[in-house]
Design a protein around this ligand. Sequence first.
Ligand SMILES: Nc1ncnc2c1ncn2[C@@H]1O[C@H](COP(=O)(O)OP(=O)(O)OP(=O)(O)O)[C@@H](O)[C@H]1O
Ligand SMILES: [Mg+2]
Length: 325
Amino acid sequence: MENNLLLKVEELNVEYLLTDYKVDAVKNVSFYVRKGECVALVGESGSGKSTVAMAIMGLLPPYAKISAKEILFDGKDILKADEKFMSEIRGRDVTVIFQDPISYLNPIISVGEQISEALKAHNPKISDKEAQAQAIELLKKVRIADPERVLKMYPFQLSGGMAQRVFIAMAISANPKLLIADEPTTALDLTIQAQILKLLNNLRKEYNLSIILITHDLSLTSYLADRIYVMYNGQIVEEDAAEGIFTNPVHPYTKMLITSSQAIYQGEVKKLKDKIASLTEKEENSKVGQRCNFLGKCKNSAQECEKEPPLIEYDGLKKVRCWKL
Ligand SMILES: Nc1ncnc2c1ncn2[C@@H]1O[C@H](COP(=O)(O)OP(=O)(O)OP(=O)(O)O)[C@@H](O)[C@H]1O
Ligand SMILES: [Mg+2]
């Protein structure tokens, strides 16, 4: 394993086995994250992003069937690890923040006690006083003004942005190596979104933290991501350095995402959302077989697209899943 590598996922497949059918949620996905690097998984709803995250955390439901060549975290194959090892890794080496932090905070316990509990979970010997002092430090780290007062507050008293900051404070309390941020700013307005992303970037630098940023909104990744994996319908369809995705998108789906991001700046969000919503509906009704996933929506499709394209190297660093390059 390359010295600087923290996570390497090779040929991950996840199926949800439901009573009368199965969902191929993740298909042959390979990616890696270096130490201190931010990698983004970008794609529309249902493309399999959260399933990838849950697979890494070992948190898939029992009816999910997972297979992979390997999932190496910090040199250890977590696919072969037992539950005890996984529960040690979770919350210590790998932590996750979600879109909706308030629902993950306990409503009847003060912010201070919740952070103290998180601290004690990994360091049972620390005293209440010490935990309180560390909690204050953590709140300062996530740029919360007046931390002593916030410690006494309850989750319902926090704004969305504050709640996310508290959640991030808990997530970094054990000094993790990897933070998975699954749509961390989706519920927040634009200014707060930018603040939270900036905070994540500062923490990354300060702790040499690796981040997997999961989002359906490509424009958000421009703040933070070093490399981007574009997912569509369970597959990676394009991967490249962030710069390469933004300046030289090759896969038609990536191009569509770029166009929609530009439209966000042009204030044409609604038109685009409607367009994307209508596309999604068509996709759900169509059968996905051995042909290209994107066939049916693609303007460049041709005969060969009846066969599924492999993810092939293109122009140096980039990889693209498309026959028509
Ligand atoms: N617990 C589950 N049981 C059954 N199917 C699931 C489950 N979780 C996800 N799926 C299905 O797996 C596919 C991938 O879903 P996933 O939640 O990973 O996508 P996502 O990219 O995170 O979407 P979103 O942007 O909406 O969060 C979808 O078809 C979804 O319906
Ligand atoms: Mg998701």
